[in-house]
Write a protein that binds this ligand. Structure first.
Ligand SMILES: C=C(O[C@@H]1C=C(C(=O)O)C=C[C@H]1O)C(=O)O
Length: 374
């Protein structure tokens, strides 16, 4: 499908107030869309369905599904991101003193609890409300596509839930048949032109918490678990620390739902120990995160598997095969959009090393990822 036809089709879907999601995976050019045929609100409880899921931070709330069987799927391979656009840049930005004061207070409160208890890390966040000049979601989506090639970029809409857009650097889990990979991403500093930077103990420690937690949570369900070295990766105007964890699922009976909720929310977005950090977040953040720091993506899709290279296996080489594929991303660097109002969601990991002023600055930098396309 041409990009004009693709965007025209989605625009019609939006005007008819029918659910859809459009997205592009990291470092790919293919745009994909699920356009639901009815306005029904589908959810999944057991994660056995096929389609696109949108799951909130608080797993007590429902995961929304755009089912493959109730959707038209469209694709566009030829989209050329053309727009050079700089929206609200740092210079236009007047610091909101009240927001700063309350975020710093929240951070100080979290840090005090960490110092006085067995909690190691709590991820604390805030929501920023912004008036948007042009609130056409597809225009904003195109700007995100142009700016953030290495992110998972999406625009998701359901008339009964709302409209969300984002460009996230973080994979929650990728599952292809029995092969899985998971990303532990945490620690932030500004990108100043080089990946060759040094990291303080604070960031190294908060990222290590995420890796250790993931390994601990999945080790009984997997064989030959592998853990990469810690790498510095660039995400928009920021650098993060990343570890990749991969392996093979054991052949025993496997529940995708249990696997996911064993992981989610990880200490990259919640804290350690999980339950105590979660309770602090629910009690003290003064807004509802909704889908921010939840996860989203393709669930149980059939994907073609690359044919084997073995000379003996001529048949497999010719045809390849298909396998079940799930690719989920953590919903970061995102916003919800209502009429001409955007809510931008940003947070960061707090440990005993945290400085409230620096943590505020980190959320200001993270907010620029979205503000620069508004
Ligand atoms: C919570 C966010 O990001 C997470 C927190 C990070 C940190 O504390 O350094 C870094 C990447 C993400 O795991 C966010 O972007 O809002």
């Amino acid at each position: 499908m041409t990009s004009d036809a693709f965007f025209e089709r989605i625009n019609r879907q939006f005007l008819r107030e029918l659910p859809f999601v459009v997205y592009r995976k990291p470092n790919q050019t293919l745009l994909q869309g699920f356009l639901q045929k009815t306005a029904e609100l589908h959810t999944t409880k057991d994660f056995s369905n096929t389609g696109f899921v949108f799951s909130p931070f608080d797993s007590k709330n429902a995961t929304i599904l755009i089912p493959q069987e109730d959707s038209e799927q469209i694709q566009c391979e030829t989209f050329e991101p053309e727009i050079e656009f700089s929206g609200q840049m740092k210079e236009d930005f007047i610091e909101d003193e009240d927001a700063k004061e309350s975020h710093m207070q929240l951070v100080a409160q979290g840090k005090a609890l960490i110092e006085a208890s067995d909690i190691n890390k709590i991820v604390l966040s805030r929501k920023e409300n912004i008036a948007v000049k042009n609130s056409d979601p597809l225009l904003i989506f195109k700007r995100l596509l142009s700016k953030y090639q290495s992110a998972f970029v999406y625009c998701w809409y359901h008339p009964k839930v709302g409209l969300w857009l984002g460009a996230t650097p973080e994979t929650l889990v990728k599952l292809e048949g029995k092969q899985f990979s998971i990303m532990a991403l945490a620690g932030t500093q500004k990108y100043e032109g080089s990946l060759d930077v040094s990291w303080r103990n604070k960031e190294l420690q908060e990222q290590q918490y995420v890796t250790d937690y993931i390994v601990d949570r999945i080790k009984s369900a997997v064989d030959n678990i592998q853990v990469s070295d810690v790498q510095t990766v660039k995400a928009a105007n920021l650098l993060h620390l990343k570890t990749k964890i991969w392996g093979t699922l054991k052949d025993t009976s496997f529940s995708l739902k249990d696997f996911l909720f064993h992981l989610h929310p990880t200490p990259a977005v919640c804290g350690l120990p999980k339950d105590k950090a979660m309770q602090f977040i629910l009690d003290n953040e003064t807004y509802d995160r909704k889908f921010y720091t939840g996860f989203l993506g393709e669930l149980n899709m059939l994907a073609s598997k690359a044919p084997r290279r073995s000379k003996r296996n001529i048949e497999n080489r010719a045809y390849g095969s298909t396998q079940n594929s799930t690719q989920l991303y953590v919903n970061l660097r995102c916003m919800s959009l209502e009429d001409s109002h955007a809510s931008v969601y940003v947070g960061g990991g707090i440990t005993s090393y945290s400085d409230p002023e620096e943590e505020w600055q980190e959320t200001v930098s993270k907010a620029m990822v979205i503000k620069s396309v508004l």
